[in-house]
Design a protein around this ligand. Structure first.
Ligand SMILES: [Zn+2]
Length: 371
C-alpha cells in the first residue's frame, strides 16, 4: 500500500498548446501543479515524473496504423488528406500540434504507471494530465488522441482485477471508455454529464455495467449530492470494487465556457472525498476544463481532498501569484473577478433538486441489476 497519495505529472504540459484559438490553448496541468506546490501541498517525495507510454503499450488498445499516423503527424507537423479523413487528426478540433504524439503518450504513460503501482500494492494516485476519455481505438475524438483511461483500466484487468468501477464527472459523456468496455462485465462505467451536449451519447443506462446520468443545464451542487448519495455510493456499496478510477473534468463547473452546468468546486471536493476510499485502489484523473482559473483551483482542491488539506480562506501571495500569472483570451478572461486570484474555494452553488434529477437518483432497479 502506498503510504501517501502520489501525484504523477510532467513538464511536457507547460509549454504545450493546441493552438491560439483552440479551447486547449490554456495551460492546465502545469498551473495546477504550480498552485499545489505554492500551497505547500506537495512533498517532493509524493511526486513522480510521467514516463511516455511505448508504442507497444499504446497498441494494447489502439490500432497500430493509427498510432503510426499520430507519430507521422508529429514528425512532419502535417497530415495527409487520407490520414485526416481516416483518423480525424487535423480535423474536428483535433489539431496537429508540436507534441501531438508525445503529449498523449505521456498522459497514457502516467495513467499506466498509476495503474501498475496501485495494482500491486493499492493506494491513491492522481494523474492530472490523464482523463482523455473520448479517445477511440483508431481515431482522435473530442481533443483526445489516445484514451489513457482505457489503457489504465486495461492494465488493471491485465493485473488480474475483475471488479473495476470507472466514474466520470466531466461535463461530456465518457463515450470512449464506455465503448471500450461495453461488452466487458469486469468494468462498470458510470458517467454524469450534460444532456444534449456533444458527443450526444450516454442517454440511457445499459445495465448492469453501463450507467449514464444525463443531467439538465444548470446542474447544481445539491443535485450532484443527490446523485452521489442516491446512486454512486449505493453502487459502490453493492459492487465492492477492487479499484476505482475517477475522471474529474472541470468543465461541469459554472464558469466553464464549453458547457452549461453550474457546479462549484465544492461539489468536486465532496465527490472525491466520498469515493476515494471506496476501493483499495484509487486513481484520480483530470479531463476537460476550459477556464484556466476554474481548472487550476478545482484540481488543486481535489488533490487537497486526497491529502486531507482544506482550502485557506485567502490564498498566500505565492499561490495568488500563480493565478495572477494566467491570461485567457475569451470573454471571461477580460475582466476576471478578484476571487479567482485570491481564493481556492468557490461560493457554494446549492439549489433545488429538479424532478429530472430526483428521477435519475432513484434507481433501485439499476442498483439491483448490479448486485
Ligand atoms: Zn468535457
Amino acid at each position: 500500500m502506498l503510504e501517501r497519495p502520489v501525484l504523477i505529472g510532467s513538464e511536457i504540459y507547460r509549454a504545450s498548446t493546441y493552438g491560439p484559438k483552440h479551447p486547449l490553448a490554456i495551460p492546465r496541468v502545469s498551473t495546477t501543479i504550480d498552485l499545489i506546490r505554492a500551497l505547500g501541498w506537495l512533498d517532493p517525495a509524493q511526486y513522480l515524473d510521467s514516463p511516455m507510454a511505448s508504442v507497444a503499450e499504446l497498441c494494447r488498445f489502439h490500432d497500430p496504423d493509427y498510432i503510426a499516423a499520430l507519430q507521422r503527424a508529429e514528425e512532419t507537423q502535417s497530415v495527409t488528406p487520407e490520414d485526416r479523413e481516416r483518423y480525424r487528426i487535423g480535423a474536428d478540433g483535433n489539431p496537429v500540434y508540436r507534441e501531438v504524439f508525445r503529449r498523449p503518450a505521456t498522459s497514457a504513460g502516467g495513467v499506466l504507471l498509476a495503474a501498475r503501482m496501485t495494482a500491486r500494492s493499492g493506494g491513491i494516485v492522481h494523474v492530472p494530465g490523464g482523463g482523455t476519455h473520448h479517445g477511440q481505438r483508431a481515431k482522435a475524438s473530442g481533443f483526445c488522441y489516445v484514451n489513457d483511461a482505457v489503457l489504465g483500466l486495461t492494465a488493471w484487468l491485465d493485473a488480474g482485477l475483475t471488479r473495476i468501477l470507472y466514474l466520470d464527472i466531466d461535463a461530456h459523456h465518457g463515450d470512449g471508455v464506455e465503448m471500450a468496455f461495453a461488452d466487458d462485465a469486469r468494468v462498470t462505467t458510470l458517467s454524469i454529464h450534460e444532456a444534449a451536449r456533444w458527443p450526444f451519447t450516454g442517454t440511457v443506462h445499459a445495465p448492469p455495467h453501463v450507467l449514464n446520468f444525463a443531467v439538465p443545464s444548470g446542474f447544481n451542487d445539491t443535485e450532484m449530492r443527490a446523485l452521489l448519495h442516491g446512486a454512486v455510493l449505493p453502487l459502490i456499496a453493492r459492487l465492492r470494487p477492487e479499484a476505482i478510477m475517477l475522471q474529474c473534468g472541470a468543465d461541469a463547473l459554472e464558469e466553464d465556457p464549453l458547457a452549461r452546468l453550474a457546479l462549484s468546486n465544492n461539489a468536486h471536493v465532496e465527490f472525491v472525498t466520498a469515493v476515494k476510499d471506496g476501493a483499495p485502489r484509487f486513481i484520480m484523473l483530470g479531463g476537460g476544463g476550459y477556464n484556466p482559473w476554474t481548472v487550476a483551483r478545482c484540481w488543486a482542491r481535489n488533490w487537497g481532498a486526497l491529502n486531507g488539506f482544506t482550502a485557506p480562506d485567502r490564498l498566500e501571495p505565492a499561490a495568488e501569484a500563480v493565478l495572477r500569472g494566467l491570461t485567457f483570451h475569451r470573454a471571461a478572461g477580460r475582466n476576471p473577478p478578484e476571487h479567482w486570484f485570491t481564493t481556492l474555494a468557490d461560493a457554494p452553488r446549492e439549489g433545488p433538486i429538479r424532478p429530472a434529477i430526483s428521477t435519475l437518483a432513484a434507481l433501485p432497479e439499476i442498483l439491483g441489476a448490479v448486485a
